[in-house]
Design a protein around this ligand. Sequence first.
Ligand code: ATP
Length: 335
Amino acid sequence: MAELQLRDIRKSFGAFEVIKGVSMDIKPGEFMVFVGPSGCGKSTLLRLIAGLEEITSGTLAFDGQIVNHLVPSKRGIAMVFQSYALYPHMTVFENMSFGMQLAGKDKQQCRKRVEAAAEMLQLTPYLQRLPRQLSGGQRQRVAIGRAIVRDPKVFLFDEPLSNLDAALRVATRIEIAKLHRSMHNTTMIYVTHDQVEAMTLADRICVLRDGVVEQIGTPLELYEKPNSVFVAGFIGSPKMNFLSGPFADTYDAKTIGIRAEHLEIDGEGGQWTGTVIHSEMLGSDSYIYLDIGAGEPVIVRESGTSRHQPGQTVRISPAAGHIHRFDAAGRATGR
Ligand code: ATP
């Protein structure tokens, strides 16, 4: 079980500062997810925690002990990469036991641990196969298995599902959630681009922007109480609708944000008039794109199949209590 403390961590590559003073506490056994746009520094922050990159300044502590200068192998971490990084000439069993053998672990004990991990990840039938004889999803499970057998205090994942197709991504995501439940003492830190992975796996999500922490909170906190336009626009799909000018003036804000599910078409007291531009049927829901004269189209989510046709004029109204207000700096000022 490990608690991590990051204090004013900075990282520069030459003159280019990539991580600009990140502080946070990650609790023992917590599943923390780092999200943010491409290039914001998610992978770099993970690599600093792993010890694969050197921290320029600030302190990183595991259970109160500063580990800035500790080599990766001494940190009690295991890392799973997007690229699997399996040895092609070794069987699944050998790939999973190699690290333990290097560490001088007893053969019998190695076998037991590999078999237990293989069982947990449904890899038992494949232990004698080579990586090229496996599907992408199975290879990623081997990479996860190899990390499990090391019994790490901290599990680090760098976009582990991004090479998998949609169905396998979902299945493996569920495996990772189960793994976290069954290894409830293991702290996990997970980097992803994927909204759904972040929302479904995380105990807490950390949104990074340009090397700085924008907000840390539970998935619901970030969804319901984003502290900035940036976080509000980043968390949730479809993206939150943002309105400014006269639309926001009424609410005494520079910008207001309303999620698609908090707008109602043809409800009582319709506030704005719009024209249907397009509708998307997703089966369980429909997304209606409306031009209400706000520049960007506004998206409304309706449950079931929409009756609204392109060209139709409708009135829409926001649900009370669900209008996010933001000031000129993009900071939330309340709802
Ligand atoms: P992505 O989602 O695209 O993987 P990221 O948020 O994980 O992005 P990082 O990979 O951490 O971003 O990179 C952050 C910035 O640091 C980028 O501008 C990248 O070009 C730069 N960077 C990363 N590693 C190095 C390096 N070894 N040398 C120089 N610059 C680097």
